[in-house]
Design a protein around this ligand. Structure first.
Ligand code: ASP
Ligand code: MG
Length: 412
């Protein structure tokens, strides 16, 4: 490639997830895509995840051999998956007649905090990447890994390759960070549930964050936070075709008049009710700070009407936090003299997300009306500036999502 062509153009970071590099044929397709992007005159950095279910398989194997492996060794093990992918992809690009080099996270200058398993990136030193780009190479970087101040390999939490890609895009001042996945963008609702769901051409960082944390499994939340902080434009698009996907960016000249952008749901929730809580100041603080100290995320909090100076408090946690929550709550119940704890798992949270909601009254009423029309009972509600969530019975999820989607006219 001619030097003048490249230096006139920008750097593009492309990230391919596990399913996009699951076998030789797919790795070849990724290689061709990266080459094509370079031919168009861009400097190309490709971030890849481990092939297919490699990370899960490594975890299974690990559990067969050790009941409590040290975090350092877990990271050493899990980071190997991505190293297989980068070497294979770099070889494939070379085989096709183009120049490439693979770099581990540490080699690519991904510096993290000292924590293992879920380390945050604190700095990216992109010198080596830039040096290799200057030589005309396609630079292939291992996602999901970095190095801490002790010189040990760390990993960034499940799905962390997204964050690697966004962090590199920020450090390289890249025009766009393209995230290739097995869906072709972000939809107004899960298309498997709602057949007429529409692909969004644009979504704001905040809306995407809500969608991501509410269960739309398209991007790792931390990657979106990172992108928002550094103003990195993300393009979520399909690895299996060439169509335009969804751009995630700052909310500027968004389509006027859209109040609700999408409907999401989360079945990974459990409802706790603490019964017979003495209705005195400081009790709620006691309960929720204890859960907070244990890093348990609480959502949808409702305090019931009081009778005889006692009240019920209802809230939700992730199903994965049930055991931990119960232990903490049993202790607190004794302390404060509550009469009992109930836990229910067959609930789900359906939510609407939209940046236009804050300035449009009546949205909640329309959502509740849509649920009432299909006979879905609302057990609790929580809201933010750009989100309204309702807690419902889990087996009503599909019906609820469809009804709300229809009410706000989000379909094709
Ligand atoms: N391979 C890691 C995982 O499965 C990282 C990623 O896919 O982004 O979580
Ligand atoms: Mg993944």
């Amino acid at each position: 490639m001619l030097e003048w062509v490249r230096t006139n153009m920008g750097i593009i970071v492309q990230k391919f997830g596990g399913s996009s590099v699951a076998d030789a044929e797919r790795i070849r397709r990724v290689a061709l895509r990266a080459i094509e992007t370079q031919k168009q005159g861009n400097d190309v950095v490709v971030v890849v995840s481990a092939m297919g279910d490699t990370t899960d398989e490594l975890i299974t194997l690990m559990n067969e051999l050790s009941s409590s492996p040290s975090d350092r060794e877990v990271d050493m093990l899990l980071s190997t998956g991505e190293q297989v992918s980068i070497a294979l992809l770099a070889m494939t690009i070379e085989e096709l007649g183009y120049s490439a080099i693979s770099l581990t996270g540490p080699q690519a200058g991904i510096m993290t905090e000292d924590v293992h398993l879920k380390a945050k990136i604190i700095e990216v030193k992109p010198d080596r990447v830039l040096e290799e780009l200057k030589k005309g190479k396609i630079v292939v970087v291992a996602g999901f890994q970095g190095i801490n101040s002790n010189g040990d390999i760390t990993t960034l939490g499940r799905g962390g390759s997204d964050t690697t890609a966004v962090a590199l895009a920020a450090a390289l001042n890249s025009e766009v960070c393209e995230i290739f996945t097995d869906v072709d963008g972000v939809y107004t609702a899960n298309p498997r549930l709602v057949p007429d769901a529409k692909k969004l051409s644009v979504i704001s960082y905040d809306e995407m964050l809500e969608m991501a944390s509410l269960g739309a499994q398209v991007l790792q939340s931390r990657a979106v936070e990172f992108a928002k902080h550094y103003g990195v434009k993300i393009h979520v698009r399909a690895s299996f075709n060439n169509s335009e996907g969804t751009i995630v960016r700052e909310e500027r000249n968004m389509e006027k008049g859209t109040v609700v952008t999408g409907v999401t749901y989360d079945k990974n929730v459990a409802k706790f009710a603490i019964l017979g809580v003495p209705d005195t100041p400081g009790i709620a603080h006691k309960i929720f700070s204890a859960l907070g100290d244990a890093r348990i995320n609480v959502d949808v909090i409702v305090q019931g009407a009081k009778s005889n100076e006692v009240t019920d408090i209802l809230f939700t946690v992730a199903q994965t936090d049930i055991k931990k929550s119960r232990t903490i709550l049993e202790k607190i119940c004794l302390e404060i003299g509550a009469t009992g704890i109930l836990c229910e798992e067959d609930v789900a949270k359906v939510s609407i997300v939209g940046a236009g909601m804050a300035s449009n009254p009546g949205v909640a009423g329309r959502m509740f009306g849509a649920l009432a029309k299909v006979g879905v009972n609302i057990e609790a509600v929580s809201t933010s500036e750009i989100k309204i969530s309702c807690l419902i019975k889990q087996d009503s999820t599909e019906k609820a999502v469809k009804a709300i989607h229809e009410e706000f006219g989000l379909g094709k």
